[in-house]
Design a protein around this ligand. Structure first.
Ligand code: EPU
Length: 417
């Protein structure tokens, strides 16, 4: 087990380049199942969740090359399955359900089980596939789905599920007839998947809106795609810059994907300049309080809530943070409190009384974004912080210690005794 040792109190400064988006790369890699032949996927982030997908695809029957630009070829589906070993390490393995069912009429995917941030069921994925004619059983911890050919259908999601929209969109590309997804997720990662599906020949309209229309086709052909930059990674660096009163240039991002965060950073007093794919932030000398409520895109992303809360612990006044997406996404709170923060949680709301000096201590990361929050708190704190459970951060951030070190941070990775 590894941990980070961070000496706080350094104002971050310099330039950092954003990697490819994990949450766009995962469904796009799953979509290669839909078409035999050579797919070339560029700008994959080197993070452990992508390694899991790079293990799952060969298990299913893919030949894959090494490197950042991945060539994937699945001419024969050998095992239309996602085994528990892989699904338990990464829930997004369930993204192969829709493509496998569409390509070979059968899929067996382990049920993910519990997750630290919330229950995260797959009922909306399953109900939508059933509506499209799939026979689905849930037994012995597995989803088994069968359909000769899925039938296009009108689907209404109770709430806009990101991977649900992606799974159903992929399944619908090879279905008989037209599928309409209402209350679809509008996240940029859903749009990036759609772009790749269209390059493969899929007929899709409405991506980026809450109604996506997919006209099924007989077959798709492989193509080449470059993954969009990771807005959550970019946002994490921007928040860290603000928390340390630093001056940082984040390169290679799509600023409009970060609109909600940029507005909130301005509210806390940061100066933001945008030039093409570059965002420059000048952190404020005094951080002002503000309120955030997480919402589906284009609202404030749940994946940046923990990091922004670390920043608010240093604001001069009280802020309210409301989490509406996941029922258990305040696990960073007790750890921030150990560092001296004044936060009380009631249900889905956290009251953050700011202007407290954070002080370094030992803290434990419980999930990917909680670990990013603790790193930000540690960078801004007085003294030394040891963050354990860093394997969580490696799931979604590429070489985070190298990128923070290049910004002047004093951070090193070492083995826990
Ligand atoms: N939900 C259901 N039933 C379903 C599906 C979802 O009740 O069948 C609920 C969830 O429990 C949650 C809400 O709907 O309360 C929204 O969940 P969603 O399905 O949108 O989440 P997801 O697709 O499982 C993706 C990202 C998450 C990100 C969320 C929300 C990927 C691989 N994962 O998860 O990313 O937090 O959307 O934006 O795209 C992360 O990167 O750290 C991460 C957790």
């Amino acid at each position: 087990m590894e941990k980070f040792i961070i000496e706080g109190g350094v104002r971050l400064g310099g330039e950092v380049t954003v990697s490819g988006a994990k949450n766009a790369a995962l469904p796009i890699l799953a979509s290669t199942i839909l078409a035999p032949g050579r797919h070339t996927i560029e700008n994959l982030p080197m993070v452990s969740d992508i390694k899991v997908m790079r293990t799952l695809l060969p298990y299913i029957g893919a030949h894959i090359s090494n490197g950042r630009a991945l060539v994937v070829e699945i001419d024969e589906i050998k095992r239309p399955e996602a085994p528990y070993e892989l699904v338990k390490t990464m829930r997004a393995s369930s993204l192969v359900l829709g493509p496998l069912l569409a390509r070979c009429g059968y899929a067996k995917v382990a049920l993910p089980g519990g997750c630290t941030i919330g229950a995260r069921p797959l009922n909306m994925h399953i109900n939508a596939l059933r509506a499209m004619g799939a026979e689905i059983t849930l037994e012995h911890g597995y989803i088994e789905a069968r359909a000769k050919r899925l039938e296009g259908q009108e689907i209404l999601f109770d709430n806009p599920t990101v991977t649900g929209t992606e799974n159903i969109m992929m399944a619908a590309t090879l279905a008989n007839g037209t599928t309409i997804i209402r209350n679809a997720a509008r996240e940029p990662e859903v749009v990036d998947l759609t772009l790749y599906l269209k390059k493969m020949g899929a007929k899709i309209k409405g991506e980026g809106t809450d109604t996506i229309v997919i006209e099924g086709t007989e077959r798709l052909s492989p193509s080449t795609h470059r993954i969009i930059p990771d807005r959550i990674e970019a946002g994490t660096f921007l928040i860290a810059a603000a928390a340390t009163h630093g001056t940082v240039t984040v390169k290679g991002c799509i600023p409009e994907h970060l609109d909600a965060l940029l507005l909130k950073l301005k509210e806390i007093g940061a100066a933001i300049e945008i030039m093409g794919d570059v965002i420059h932030i000048n952190g404020p000398s005094k951080i002002k309080p503000t309120n955030i409520t997480t919402l589906p895109y284009p609202g404030f992303p749940t994946d940046l809530q923990a990091q922004f809360m670390a920043l608010l612990t240093m604001a001069e006044g009280t802020s309210i943070v409301t989490e509406t997406i996941f029922e258990n996404r305040f696990q960073h709170v007790p750890e921030l409190v150990r560092m001296g923060a004044d936060i009380t949680v009631e249900g889905m709301t956290a009251v953050v009384k700011g202007a407290k000096k954070l002080v370094g201590t030992e803290v434990t990361a419980t999930d990917l974004r909680a670990s990013a929050s603790l790193i930000i708190a540690a960078l801004a704190a007085e003294g030394t912080t040891e963050v354990s459970g860093v394997y969580h951060i490696d799931r979604g951030y590429e070489k985070i210690e190298d990128k923070f070190s290049a910004l002047g941070a004093n951070i090193k990775r070492c083995m826990e005794e």
